[in-house]
Design a protein around this ligand. Sequence first.
Ligand SMILES: *Cc1c(COP(=O)(O)O)cnc(C)c1O
Length: 383
Amino acid sequence: MLHSSYIEISKSALQNNIHFIKGIIGPNVQLSSVIKGNAYGHGIEQFAPLAQASGIRHFSVFSADEAERLLQSLPKPTTLMIMGYIGNEALEWAIANDIEFFVFDIDRLEEATKVAKKLGKQAKVHIEVETGMNRTGFESSELPQTINSLINASDYISLQGVCTHFAGAESYQNHERIMAQVASFKQQVQQLKRNSLTPAQLHTACSAAMVAYPETHYDMVRIGIMQYGFWPSPETFRQYISQQEEKIDPLRRIINWKSNVMAIKHVSHGEYIGYGTSFQAPRDMTLAIVPVGYAWGYSRNLSNLGHVLIKGVRANVVGTINMNGMMVDITDIPDVQKHEEVVLLGVQGSESITVASFGELSTQLNYELLTRLPVNIPRLIVD
Ligand SMILES: *Cc1c(COP(=O)(O)O)cnc(C)c1O
């Protein structure tokens, strides 16, 4: 192994998750696979072709650079939608390549019209309306002007979609806010329709909204976290499972992060382990040195807290996490050899280390922890 750790991406787990999601939305709603944040840390180049081979025909990214990586890694053409950043330089590239994109202000609408005119080609836009998230989206007060611009530019702008994004559908605490967003969205869509603007697709739902608010599915859902096998929050999982007879998690995690034992060391009772004095051996101990540290995305917050799997047994991190390594306690795990497999995240034997437990220990959310997995850890596809 050239690298000190690697990430396995499971094809069968992805297929399982896509099948489950399609079961929730039914045959008439499109599933857009959200692969921003390097496919939530799974790796765009590895994940996207697998998703395409598993039946995904629509992808959503945040920015033009991700769109370019996606196009380069897919063997077949696909529908691609940029939800966030496109510099003006990239707008021409996007329109020329039939890439769809969110438009959330008049500037971008005018710029897109100008570029489309120049190219002699329609730009496919999704009008994002503000419904209460207060991130991006046309204010309802801007809607009349937007409608005018869309009508005037109809030769160059094709209204592919109207959309919005919810501000926290994964928690019931936000229920009223979400319901107000749903109402605002409906009202703004009506206003567009009264002006004979009929978008090809309406879309609003992320993973949490898909599960908790079926009325938000419309024509398409934009699903990130759940296709990777994680629930948006423990609450969303509990809500789902409470309505099911079978109480087992239907999602399977795609990711397994593995390394191996680089060295083994025996330490006497009373010695300190690693930098400083944060851990003093309470007995004679055997340690395995694992060549993964915070430079590889293993948070320093997991010092003296994290655990890994060796021989299917949980081993505690002792001492502080270093830049490129950590020490784990293998005193009670017999026969561990150098090069023994170490699972940092995922399953080994009947034990597993979940991102959730990781997240709780290091106060990072699922989403954050995954997307911080460095791009330069190799990703391997397994069945
Ligand atoms: C990230 C994102 C999604 C997907 O959210 P998940 O919770 O991962 O399903 C959907 N829509 C927009 C606009 C997003 O930014």
